[in-house]
Design a protein around this ligand. Structure first.
Ligand SMILES: Cc1cc2nc3c(=O)[nH]c(=O)nc-3n(C[C@H](O)[C@H](O)[C@H](O)COP(=O)(O)OP(=O)(O)OC[C@H]3O[C@@H](n4cnc5c(N)ncnc54)[C@H](O)[C@@H]3O)c2cc1C
Length: 420
């Protein structure tokens, strides 16, 4: 069931949703769960809710009719993959009985328990799930605002930005310097900047071998550092350089007019620059009053319930999830666990302690990948890593090839589970 802006305005959305309900959960009618954000977290949660209890009235609010996934978008930038392979519709979500509303949520009243949409229509809820992903802090890095992002793309939300960076890399002259600015933690997908540097190096090595990749980093250490550094040495000797925080790598301002990045110790003029700015939970989280002064949303790790507002749950990149990294893998697992917790709570049962698994693959050239996986459980009010495994630094190339295959399979499986 796909519901348009006009349908909502006419009230067809709720009528159609009600008609789809096989049985009421509450005496006074079916319980209404509204999920905001149809990405890895929200779309997983909406579908799982209907699967666990087909009596629930589940509505997914998402402005885009086509979702563009970030995992594997670095391959698109490096010309190894076409953007449509990253794109998914909500047809199957709707077929599963979720009412999909193609609008953004603009306001949330947690007292009245209503969500206002772009066209001013209002939706009531019994429980609300927020999964808005991230927003970029355009006020955090002097010189880097939305206009600057049009010439120094972040590519941290996939789609237009991905293609913009792709085009810039394609038109860069041989001998040029690609500069990547990496922010301090927390950020969406901590290893993805280094995967981007690797895959762009792969493209340049083959097409523009006199070029360089320079990473200006606001961190000293990073996820899977030894694996990345060994791969750069082996695959791209002399091509990839990284300046860490303690060496003066933190970018403190940019000038989009001259493509210049300024650090504490110097300025760097780029031929192409990708600036990943600091991030925060999607803006609607702030509007709902579920984000704290860090910009992220504190939650109870058992129920994903907001610590700041009743009857609101927050999942995915937007929430503060302890050692669980901000990844598609984690958002997917959280979406399902949150759905289970909501169904249990609404039936008067105690929610179970979630045990979430996450896997993160990084590709450094086609057929060469490594991974990090973990198991996470609530401990002292946060998610703690209870098991983890990382690819060995000295694995044979055959193992890297198998990891690349597993990465492809992971993406296929997760997107099939959510959108297929
Ligand atoms: C380059 C790159 C590579 C990555 N690679 C990997 C990887 O290999 N593996 C991995 O596990 N993770 C990877 N990630 C991370 C992954 O993309 C995110 O962690 C994941 O998308 C988080 O899911 P989410 O549901 O929280 O947010 P998203 O998937 O971003 O979904 C949020 C949705 O909310 C919607 N939304 C926002 N505001 C509103 C509103 N007001 N009303 C309605 N809807 C709204 C948005 O339109 C969006 O569709 C990568 C990220 C990047 C940038």
């Amino acid at each position: 069931m796909h519901v348009t802006r006009r349908d909502v305005a006419r009230g067809i959305a709720s009528a159609a949703a009600a008609a789809a309900l096989p049985r009421p959960l509450f005496a006074q009618g079916a319980a209404r769960i509204v999920v905001i954000g149809g990405g890895f977290g929200g779309a997983s949660c909406a579908r799982k809710l209907r699967q666990l209890d087909p009596g629930l009235q589940v509505t997914l609010v998402e402005p885009n009719q086509v979702f563009t996934a970030c995992p594997f978008s670095n391959e698109v930038i490096a010309g190894l993959r076409a953007l449509p392979k990253q794109q998914f519709t909500y047809d199957k979500t709707a077929a599963a009985g979720v009412t999909v509303i193609s609008q953004a949520a603009t306001k949330i009243d947690t007292q009245a328990r209503t969500v206002t949409l772009t066209d001013s229509a209002s939706l009531g809820y019994d429980r609300l799930v927020l999964a808005p992903g991230i927003d970029l802090r355009f006020d955090a890095l002097p010189g880097y605002d939305e206009a600057a992002a049009a010439s120094m793309p972040h590519g941290w939300k996939a789609g237009e930005q991905t293609m913009l960076l792709r085009k810039q890399i394609e038109t860069m002259a041989d001998g040029g310097t690609f500069v990547l600015a990496v922010p301090a933690a927390p950020l969406r997908c901590p290893p993805a900047p280094y995967e981007r540097a690797s895959l762009i190096a792969h493209y340049l090595k083959n097409r523009k071998p006199r070029s360089k990749v320079l990473i200006l980093d606001a961190k000293d250490g990073f996820s899977q550092q030894k694996l990345f550094e060994a791969a750069w040495k082996e695959l791209y000797p002399g091509m990839v350089e990284r300046i860490a925080l303690s060496q003066g790598g933190r970018v403190v301002s940019v000038d989009a007019g001259t493509n210049t990045l300024v650090t504490d110790f110097g300025s760097y003029k780029a031929d192409v620059a990708s600036v990943i700015p600091p991030q925060k939970a999607g803006r609607i989280a702030e509007i709902a009053g579920v984000a704290d002064n860090t910009g992220w949303c504190p939650i109870d790790p058992v129920t994903f319930g907001s610590k700041l507002q009743p009857d609101v749950h927050v999942i995915g990149d937007a929430c503060i999830a302890g050692q669980l990294p901000k990844s598609a893998s984690a958002a997917h697992a959280q979406g399902k666990a949150c759905a289970a917790a909501i169904v249990n709570m609404m039936s008067g049962r105690t929610p179970e302690q979630p045990r979430l698994t996450g896997a993160c693959y990084n590709t450094v050239e086609p057929g060469y990948a490594f991974s990090l996986s973990g198991v996470y459980q609530p401990r002292d009010g946060q998610f703690a890593e209870v098991e983890s495994a990382t690819s060995p630094v000295n694995a044979p190339r055959e193992e890297r090839r198998r990891e690349a295959e597993r990465a492809e399979n992971w993406f296929k499986t997760i997107t099939e589970d959510i959108f297929g």
